[in-house]
Design a protein around this ligand. Structure first.
Ligand code: ZN
Length: 65
């Protein structure tokens, strides 16, 4: 599998925020605390919590006054 295809595959399987119950679109519902986010499905009125991973780009580190 080419890297480009792998990225497309990952986008389709992991970045797709669709409702597991009805496959409707999930809407970001806030509640981000750097560990989890809340998402809501307007189609079947289900609420979800999903774990997120924060990435620190340490090579951008700059001292602030
Ligand atoms: Zn739904």
């Amino acid at each position: 599998m080419l890297k480009k295809d792998l990225i497309n595959y990952q986008n389709e399987t992991h970045e797709d925020s669709s409702c597991p119950k009805c496959k409707g679109d999930l809407e970001f519902n806030g509640g981000s605390n750097m560990e989890t986010e809340n998402w809501h499905c307007n189609d079947c009125n289900a609420s979800y919590s999903v774990q997120v991973e924060m990435v620190r780009f340490w090579d951008t580190l700059v001292e602030v006054e």
